[in-house]
Structures are given as structure tokens and as C-alpha cells.
Design a protein around this ligand. Structure first.
Ligand code: FES
Ligand code: FE2
Length: 432
């Protein structure tokens, strides 16, 4: 079905609803999803974890043979929660009547059925295939019998010990959080509004962001989703401009700065988990977490949160120590403003301007792809894992009238040469 003409309210419904059978939920299920951190399941037969993902209640467990299971919450017998299950001998056993499931969801023991019964062979719970890689557990929730290849993400292929993986839970719909990741205009205010160019090295990303707070922004569709770029005058030399480009990877990820991969994973329509991988040296950006709880939304809650007013310090705001006065770091500044919109923002109240070009383009791309998928058109990039390897970058380029597609071609071309061997030193040199 071609994309119908939709009002803002209808667009919002399509974009924000991710449960089973929804247009956006179906599109997202075409892709591998970073569901959780591997550290949440620290060893074989450890405690199961409640995981809310795309509106589904799931139980994650690591079996005796180190395989990861992500299985429906409700037991196939009489629907007791498998969270209470015993994780033992390569399966999770419901404590109500003892039915046991392996990581594929297959019932492997049905002890309250008479001897000789073949009933268990017919019992198979919904369970999603998982791959553990460099600190993430990825899952595929889509319809294919054989899942597509896992996307190649540089930060998820770092040598052991160099990678940093982290997560923060957010009390809002995935899209409004993700729109913060693809809007580099806000950096100049929310995070750097109190800074001056002389606070930074000439030519650094921060220097440009502070020096010119109103770049010319453009965005266009790509094979992996959308790319957008901001153009700023580079120096006082005619003809030189600074372009900063960022890739938006379907369905909800971006490389925000060099190798920093950020995914705004929907837990349900009103909660998300921001999952991130980067080099360990950037750990200082991470907020401090409360201890995880067993609640569906109890994982990775930051200490600075809505309940304590995000530790807002008006004196810090007034004195210029910080633009916002919000306590807990950059990530909490994002959290405070995005949660302040409400769990699902009513976009009828928006007045978008040219700096919102990427936001608009991405919304349209997602809606178009969701309707196209319903028509049988494959989701973009699903079968080409190499596309996920492009990194955000900033470059001084000339002439000053390059189009975004020309800029993208140059920067992607440069990075494309590095993809085969993951020459990390060279990739890192592109980080600005
Ligand atoms: S409800 Fe799980 S075994 Fe009966
Ligand atoms: Fe931000």
C-alpha cells in the first residue's frame, strides 16, 4: 500500500506505536535489535531478567551451555510468568507445574503429563534468536526463518577490553528521544549554551558547534536510512566550510560522534532503553545508575531522574557553570528535556524550522518504509550489514557549495576504504 496522506495526529500514531502487528512494529522487527547488555546475564544458569521489548514482555536467560534465551513471559501451560522459573540444565522451568523450555522455546519437559505422552513436542513458546557480541545481546524478532546478517558496527567490534557498552532507561517514546540524537542544533544550546569558542581547540567539533549556532542543515535518504549534515563557515577564508555529517541507521540508531553507536530501543510505546557502545575512554559521559530492579522498567535508571527533579541547580544555571543546571551530565540534560514533553509528545504543538530537516526527513522515511513493507518491499539495508559501518564525521571541505550528496560521497568513500580490515586507528582519526 502506498503511503496515504496522513494528518500529524495519524503520523504520530504510525510512528510511535511499536507493538506486534503495528506498522512501525513490523518495520522494526525486520532488523536485529540490541536488546540488552551481556553483563545482565553474567554467567550460565544465572538469574533470569525481565525484558520489555517492542511492547512484548519477555524473559531473558543464559542456559547451562552459555546460549541466550529470550522467551515469552507467560508459560504455555496456564500463563504463569517464567520470570519465577528455575534456570537449570539447559532450560528454564516454570515453577507452577514444572514445564521446561529450551532457548528456542521448545518444551523439553512436561512432568505433569502421564508417562508416554507426546504432548510436549507440540508445545513451543515464542522465543527470539539471540547473538552475543562484545557486550551486547542482539535479537531478531522478525518473520524470517533465517534471520538477516548482523549489522557491522565498528564500536561493537572493538578488541576485547577496549569496548564500552552502556544503557540508560528513558521514560518516553523511542522517537522523541531518537530525534534528540539526530538534531545537532540542540548541542549548541542544551549542552554548550554556556560555552565560548575560546573554551575549545580551534577546529574541534565543539569549537564549531559553539562558534556557529545556526548551521545550514540538509538531509537525504540513503540505503541505510537517512544522512544529514550541518554546514558552517570554517574559517575567515572564502570557500572553506566545515561539514558535519551523521548517519541515521534504520530503524533507531546513529553514530553520533565517530565510533559512538547509539540505539534508542523501544521497550514499549512509553519507555525506551538508550543502548550505546564506544571506546572505553569515553566512559565519563555515562550517568550513574541506581541498582537494577526486577521491574519491567527497573533496568539502568539514572540516579538523576524525574523523581528528584534531575538534581536541577538554578544557581549553576544562573552563574553560567552549566546552561541547564541539570545534574548528572550531558545524557541527563537530554533526558530532562525529552521526558518533559510527556511519554508520547503531541506533535500538533510543534513548529519546526530548517534546523529540524533531519527530524522531518527521518519521520517521512520511516512512515514510507512502514507502508512499503506492508506492500512487500524489503526494509532498507537489512541484507547489507556493511552499510552500518559508516561513522559520523566532520571535515573542512571546499568548495563551499557542495551538495549534501557530494559531501556524503566523499566521506563515505573515505571510510569505505577502511571497512575491510577495521583499521581502527584510521577510523578514529576521522573522529572529530
Ligand atoms: S503455568 Fe507453567 S507449568 Fe503450569
Ligand atoms: Fe543531547
Amino acid at each position: 500500500m502506498a503511503t496515504p496522506i496522513l494528518g500529524i495526529e495519524e503520523q504520530n500514531e504510525v510512528l510511535t506505536r511499536v507493538g506486534p502487528g503495528t506498522l512501525m512494529g513490523n518495520l522494526m522487527r525486520e532488523y536485529w535489535i540490541p536488546a540488552m547488555l551481556a553483563s545482565e546475564l553474567p554467567q550460565p544458569d544465572c538469574d533470569p531478567v525481565r525484558v520489555k521489548l517492542l511492547g512484548e514482555e519477555l524473559i531473558a536467560f543464559r542456559d547451562t551451555s552459555n546460549r541466550i534465551g529470550l522467551i515469552q513471559n507467560n508459560c504455555m501451560h496456564r500463563c504463569a510468568s517464567l520470570f519465577f522459573g528455575r534456570n537449570e540444565e539447559n532450560g528454564i522451568r516454570c515453577v507452577y507445574h514444572g514445564w521446561k523450555y529450551d532457548v528456542t522455546g521448545q518444551c523439553v519437559d512436561l512432568p505433569n503429563d502421564p508417562a508416554g505422552s507426546t504432548h510436549k513436542a507440540m508445545i513451543k513458546a515464542t522465543a527470539y534468536p539471540c547473538i552475543e557480541k562484545n557486550g551486547f545481546i542482539w535479537t531478531y524478532m522478525g518473520p524470517r526463518q533465517t534471520p538477516p546478517p548482523l549489522p557491522r558496527i565498528p564500536g561493537n567490534e572493538l578488541p576485547e577490553g577496549e569496548e564500552l557498552v552502556s544503557a540508560i532507561s528513558k521514560e518516553y517514546n523511542w522517537l522523541q528521544g531518537f530525534e534528540g540524537n539526530i538534531d545537532n542544533s540542540h548541542f549548541s544550546f542544551l549542552h554548550y549554551g554556556h560555552k565560548k569558542p575560546e573554551d575549545y581547540a580551534v577546529g574541534s567539533k565543539e569549537w564549531y558547534v559553539v562558534k556557529d549556532r545556526a548551521p545550514v542543515v540538509d538531509a537525504m535518504d540513503t540505503d541505510y536510512g537517512v544522512i544529514y549534515g550541518g554546514k558552517r563557515v570554517a574559517e575567515e577564508v572564502p570557500g572553506l566550510v566545515y561539514w558535519r555529517v551523521t548517519q541515521i541507521f534504520m530503524p533507531f540508531a546513529t553514530h553520533s560522534s565517530g565510533m559512538q553507536y547509539l540505539a534508542h530501543v523501544p521497550m514499549d510505546d512509553e519507555h525506551s532503553l538508550l543502548i550505546r557502545t564506544d571506546k572505553k575512554e569515553f566512559a565519563h559521559f555515562d550517568p550513574v545508575h541506581l541498582p537494577n530492579t526486577d521491574d519491567w522498567h527497573g533496568r539502568f535508571r539514572p540516579i538523576s531522574n524525574r523523581d528528584n527533579g534531575y538534581l536541577l541547580d538554578r544557581e549553576a544555571q544562573r552563574s553560567g557553570k552549566s546552561f541547564t543546571g541539570v545534574g548528572g551530565g550531558i545524557s541527563i540534560e537530554d533526558q530532562a528535556v525529552v521526558e518533559s514533553m510527556g511519554p508520547i509528545v503531541d506533535r500538533r504543538g510543534e513548529h519546526l524550522v530548517s534546523s529540524d530537516a533531519a527530524v522531518l526527513r527521518f519521520r517521512k522515511r520511516m512512515i514510507d518504509c512502514a507502508f512499503a513493507l506492508a506492500d512487500g518491499v524489503p526494509a532498507p539495508g537489512v541484507d547489507n550489514p556493511e552499510l552500518w559501518s559508516y561513522l559520523a564525521a566532520g571535515h573542512v571541505l571546499e568548495p563551499d557549495d557542495l551538495s549534501l550528496s557530494e559531501v556524503a560521497e566523499r566521506i563515505h568513500g573515505l571510510q569505505g576504504q577502511k571497512k575491510e580490515d577495521w583499521d581502527l586507528a584510521s577510523i578514529e582519526a576521522l573522529r572529530t
